[in-house]
Design a protein around this ligand. Structure first.
Ligand SMILES: Nc1ncnc2c1ncn2[C@@H]1O[C@H](COP(=O)(O)OP(=O)(O)OP(=O)(O)O)[C@@H](O)[C@H]1O
Length: 603
């Protein structure tokens, strides 16, 4: 419940005065309804069948006395007009209140969405390494709506308590004994049905987990749909999906069964109580017909209030896991925050003059395990030169690059930029100076132009073509039917792997970075395009610092410095030709293997 209260406080500080207006509106709507009970007294009296001016209704007998001053028809007309006005008033306020409610709820959802999205963007890389993307998607789509709806539900719950108190007050004036009895049973039954609330909470937890699994499954399956289709893995996936859908169905059914059983209990108890009341009222207290009618009216008005409170609590119990998940996510983001929103304004890129340096760096992904991804890294990366990082798969190349970009933080040691430690102060300036091209480049489902302008929205036609030329992409873009305005599909699916890599390279160049990082960025290119890019990189040398990770060693022939990593340690460092001549070194072994493969493949 504390998480629900947390969000209620948030909606309170977010909406301020409007929230009170809304609450007053809800109370007003309920009051109109309450007052209509009172009108029943003179109405019943007017029928002439019953006399309601008895002791038990004495608090409001003045109402009947008042209407006795008028001829019957006039009284009847006044009462009915009042009744009509009450209904009209109620409907009018109800509409206003619903609109206001939606306004508050929707702006709160927007606020929550924006706030959580900002926090996510501000979280550091380690947060994303440890978090499943689909869980974030689930929170940002399904759960956030449940949280907002739940917060609203909680506010309605508070209003309904206020209104129940008002109605209890009115009922008390009509029949104190009766009201106390109803209250006693109502509270007792809410107290005894706590276990329903706990059960709802358990089912809510299960719903949350199942939804997480569902979104994760769908995301994974459709990201890997090519694998599924080409390896004919449809059947196991379908079975998995059917099992999960069945579990989701049963989970919903369980919740409805639970909610309806408590509703059923309330109805049965209500019927039994009415019967008992009637019996005692008639047999023991010789109650008049009017009192009996009041008993039924009070019961039918008040009892649903109690059962409403109970079902409200059950619903809150079932959505409270969503509240907890959102609080947890925001907490984790706050703990892993690497910058504040205002830091993003006016970040000037760094002009690196001397270079980057790694000093005594050790790094592990999991600090509870003994395996280090990087150990004793001491390294100089001179500015405006090309440095290549090579090594076997899993050697730590990408981890090293991530450290240099300030994505990973070293456990010991430090990264220096022109002799200054990399801290949160200069982190964003460093990032602004970097263009990073990964092995599996990310492209948006937009046109080529839009994909390029993401990096620089003011880039003109000439600059765009210049970047495309650099990345050996101009030719294929020219041949596309809509040229720069061609839509490239989901993640650029309508392009080949090599075309995608070239586009991302062009995008990286458009930024005119001080540091260009290519992480296996040309792995999908044919030799012709690769050598075009090599030439282009050669032209760039001296204008920016280039960091290249490459398995294909021919790519880095022109590098000024080659770093060889193995098991997270630097085992060789020097110029390409120098390392190639160290016959016993890992580099020449890797080189020989690749040359052997290429010679064999030529034969
Ligand atoms: N997020 C992670 N959590 C835990 N361990 C990781 C994580 N990412 C990488 N590792 C481990 O760190 C080591 C270095 O990985 P890294 O990705 O840096 O290697 P690499 O040299 O770039 O490999 P490749 O050439 O195959 O891309 C590997 O043993 C890998 O299993």
């Amino acid at each position: 419940m504390k998480h629900v209260l947390y969000f209620t406080k948030r909606i309170h500080s977010f909406s301020g005065r409007i929230l009170y207006l809304n609450l007053i509106g809800m109370v007003l709507v309920s009051l109109f309804e309450g007052v209509s009970i009172l009108l029943l007294i003179p109405l019943i009296n007017l029928t002439g069948l019953l006399d309601v001016n008895s002791k038990s209704t004495s608090a409001f007998s003045w109402l009947s006395t008042f209407f006795n001053n008028f001829p019957k028809t006039i009284s009847l007309l006044i009462i009915l007009v009042m009744y009509l006005l009450l209904i009209l008033g109620q409907s009018f306020f109800q509409r206003k209140q619903t609109i206001l409610n939606t306004k508050i709820q929707q702006s709160f959802i927007r606020h929550l969405r924006e706030e959580t999205y900002k926090l996510l963007l501000q979280a550091n890389w380690s947060f994303f390494l440890n978090k499943r993307k689909s869980d974030i998607i689930n929170l940002m789509t399904n759960e956030i709506i449940l949280v907002s709806a739940g917060t609203n539900m909680f506010l309605q719950f508070l209003t309904s308590i206020v209104f129940t108190l008002i109605q209890l007050g009115i009922a008390f004036c009509l029949s104190p004994k009766m009201t106390i009895c109803v209250m006693f049973f109502g509270i007792a039954i809410i107290f005894f049905s706590r276990k329903f609330i706990n059960k709802s909470n358990l089912i809510g937890n299960e719903t949350y987990e199942l939804t997480e699994m569902y979104i994760a499954g769908i995301t994974d399956h459709f990201n890997g749909i090519k694998d599924i289709k080409s390896n004919m893995l449809e059947e196991p996936h379908l079975t998995w999906f059917q099992d999960l859908s069945k579990r989701m169905e049963l989970n919903r059914l369980k919740l409805v069964k639970l909610n309806t059983i408590s509703e059923l209990i309330y109805k049965i108890v209500s019927a039994v109580l009415i019967v008992i009341f009637m019996f005692f009222s008639i047999k023991m207290f010789q109650a008049q017909q009017a009192q009996l009618i009041l008993i039924v009216i009070i019961f039918s008005r008040l009892w649903p209030r109690f059962s409403g409170i109970q079902s409200n609590l059950e619903q809150l119990g079932s959505v409270s896991p969503s509240f907890k998940a959102l609080v947890d996510l925001q907490d984790q983001c706050n703990k892993t925050k690497e910058f504040n929103e205002r830091d993003l304004h006016n970040v000037k890129p760094l002009l690196i003059e001397k270079g980057l340096e790694c000093r005594n760096i050790n790094f592990r992904y999991n600090t509870t395990e003994n395996t280090y991804a990087l150990q004793n890294i001491n390294l100089n990366i001179p500015a405006n030169r090309m440095t290549a990082i090579v090594g076997r798969s899993g050697a730590g190349k990408s981890t090293l690059i991530d450290l240099l970009m300030g994505l990973n933080q070293p456990e010991t040691g430090e990264v220096l930029i022109d002799g200054e430690s990399l801290t949160s102060q200069n982190l964003l300036a460093l990032r602004r100076s970097i263009s990073y091209v990964p092995q599996d480049p990310f492209l948006f489902n937009k046109t080529i132009r839009e994909n390029l302008q993401i990096i620089d929205q003011y880039a003109n036609e000439e600059q765009i073509w210049e970047a495309l030329d650099f990345a050996a992409a101009a030719d294929f873009v020219r041949k596309l039917p809509n040229g720069l305005d061609t839509l490239i599909g989901d993640r650029g699916i309508k392009l080949s792997g090599g075309e995608r890599q070239r586009l991302v390279l062009a995008r990286a160049i458009l930024r005119k970075p001080s540091i260009l990082v290519l992480d296996e960025a040309t792995s999908a290119l044919d030799t012709e395009n690769e050598s075009k890019i090599q030439e282009a990189l050669e032209r760039l040398k001296g204008t920016m610092t280039i960091l290249v990770i490459a398995h294909r060693l021919s790519t880095i022939r022109n590098a000024d410095q080659v770093i060889v990593l193995d098991h997270g340690e630097i085992i060789q460092q020097g110029q390409f030709s120098q390392l190639a001549n160290e016959k016993k070194g890992m580099f020449s072994r890797l080189l020989r293997k690749q040359m052997g493969v290429s010679v064999r493949s030529m034969n």
